[in-house]
Ligand binder design. Sequence first.
Ligand code: ATP
Ligand code: FE
Length: 372
Amino acid sequence: STVLGIETSCDDTAAAIVCSDGRILSEVVSSQTDLLSRYGGVAPKMAEEAHLQVIDQVVQQALENANLKETDLSAVAVTIGPGLSLCLRVGVQKARRFAGKFRLPIIGVHHMEAHALVARLVHKELEFPFLALLISGGHNLLILARDLGDYVQLGTTIDDAIGEAFDKTARWLGLDMRRGGGPALEELAREGDPHSIKFSVPMKQHKDCNFSYAGLKTQVRMAIESRNINTEKNVISSIDCEDRKARADIAASFQRVAVLHLEERCERAIEWALGIEPSITSLVISGGVASNQYVRLRLDDVVERNDLQLVCPPPRLCTDNGVMVAWTGIEHFRLGRFDPPPPEDEQEDTVFDLRPRWPLGEEYAEGRSKAR
Ligand code: ATP
Ligand code: FE
């Protein structure tokens, strides 16, 4: 089968066409990072506007690049949550109109499940069960994927996600936010001394698999203020800036501790996961922050110590994309999990399934007692 995937949960408008044998026939992403870097965050109404402006074109381009007609498709998959409801609505409405018109079944996809499952597209040998660390702008999850659609949440963030901490730190350091703060911060961190500032690792005293990044953000903010770094003077140029070294030290020290927190949580999650499913052999890392080279390097060490294998999709499949949605659609479609085509003449005000808040699987019940 051949599935069209549509993704609009946050600030990227994406569409892709993928075959059940794993061939990617096309992938199109239109980002709003210009808008974001100007306004300093995702303003839902503006993001919705931007999605509306490009969605038809993005889907059309995906078909053209794949050299396919609408009727060559087997189904349409679309992210129905979690995410900003105004944004999700744009994608779902497009998917429903499209599927209605061409009489295609439709599959509602969980955005974080898609981040995890794309690993099975990239890495054909990856079987359930496996452990997944999903790290992005809005989520920080440790998930035991027992089977398709059967997930146990071992850990989540109690405040911010690591991507949010990267973005804030990058902004405060005056970095170029046009590609999102993460890549710029990673780059600057290479010039800094990761041990120059002693940030403390979050949640040391909590023996669970949860995350916290709000406190680290505050520590960074204080370090910036105490060093009199001018946060008004934005976008440091690549060559000159007298306090560039001071900024790089902060970037490197932040990155080291932010990732150390991931390492510690993964160590424990591996222990927990092996207790539940002794047959796991892989740790998947995905989500935008998993495209960070330092993150990959450090987690590679963790899995090696535990005789596991690290599976990490290429950066363009770690950040938001349509391929992961199409692929997750395929995974469900081949097990018969899909909805019939919507009516061809669906009314504008039809109520459909949108899940802005949608946990991925049950919380691990024994986690609390283990943590004591
Ligand atoms: P979510 O998946 O939680 O809904 P999202 O969809 O906005 O959030 P993604 O596109 O998956 O997030 O990831 C974007 C995040 O990844 C941003 O916070 C960005 O800064 C971060 N990121 C991207 N590349 C890197 C990198 N090289 N290093 C660190 N962080 C990065
Ligand atoms: Fe995402």
